[in-house]
Design a protein around this ligand. Structure first.
Ligand SMILES: Nc1ncnc2c1ncn2[C@@H]1O[C@H](COP(=O)(O)OP(=O)(O)OP(=O)(O)O)[C@@H](O)[C@H]1O
Ligand SMILES: [Mg+2]
Length: 228
């Protein structure tokens, strides 16, 4: 929070899908360890912005800078390495690998980073526990409830200890009590590890966990007037 230099910065991002202008000059900064909520109407460009910031989608123009490096110009190989080591992503839809159990979905990023299967599974079990997924470790995503799948995806995003977590509606399938439990666990983890979180949400109660909130309107970012 006290570091004034942004860890991640987007400037004037433009992204069109055919004739749809998803982003029209969106700018945003995320500081190390900061929890930033991004809200806005459906279709306002929130997921597109997250995908550009996480180096998953290349903007048509504008820049994304992470720790001084221009993500939008990086070759795909370096970009995927960066995503694997520095970022954790919770996608809005269909994020888990259907053939793997919940436990193996969470263990996978660790195994890709070189951790042995046993150690990866032990750590994965602890993360699932932390997010309230107990007794479902051996189920496959198709057998999990929507909320259990979302928690599993969150555990998977955090298991490698990333610098930035991008979470697209991580509580979208949860009731308010479960959302509160998941947000408490997410915020606690982020604070403890100094992880920055970009949190997309429709829910004002979820956004209230953030240090700051910005709103997307028609593909541009507007700061929110905070009455605190
Ligand atoms: N892959 C794609 N192909 C075509 N159009 C797309 C694609 N992704 C997004 N869009 C369009 O871009 C606009 C912004 O979409 P985006 O998913 O970023 O919105 P959002 O704010 O995340 O919405 P929601 O709250 O419903 O998730 C929408 O009009 C959408 O239809
Ligand atoms: Mg979206």
């Amino acid at each position: 929070m006290s570091n004034p230099v942004p860890l991640l910065a987007a400037r004037d991002l433009v992204k069109a899908y055919g004739r749809t202008q998803a982003l029209r000059g969106a700018s945003l900064e995320l500081r190390a360890g900061e929890i930033l909520a991004v809200t806005g109407a459906s279709g306002s460009g929130k997921s597109t912005l997250l995908h550009c910031l996480a180096g998953i989608v290349r903007p048509d123009s504008g820049s994304v800078t992470y720790a001084g490096e221009r993500l939008d110009r990086l070759p795909e190989k370096r970009l995927s390495e960066l995503r694997r080591t520095e970022f954790g992503v919770v996608f809005q839809f269909g994020q888990l690998i259907p053939e793997l159990t919940a436990l193996d979905n969470v263990a996978l990023p660790l195994m890709l980073a070189g951790t042995g299967r046993q150690a990866a599974q032990t750590a994965a079990g602890e993360w699932l526990e932390r997010f309230g997924v107990r007794g479902q470790e051996q189920l496959r995503p198709g057998e999990l409830s929507g909320g259990q799948a979302q928690r599993t995806a969150l555990a998977r995003a955090l298991v490698t200890g990333p610098k930035v977590v991008f979470a697209d509606e991580p509580t979208g399938a949860l009731d308010s009590l479960a959302a509160e439990q998941v947000m408490t666990a997410l915020v606690h983890t982020a604070r403890e590890a100094g992880t920055a979180v970009l949190l997309i949400t429709h829910d004002a109660q979820v956004a209230a966990y953030a240090d700051r909130e910005v709103q997307l309107r028609d593909g541009t970012v507007a700061p929110l007037e905070v009455t605190a």
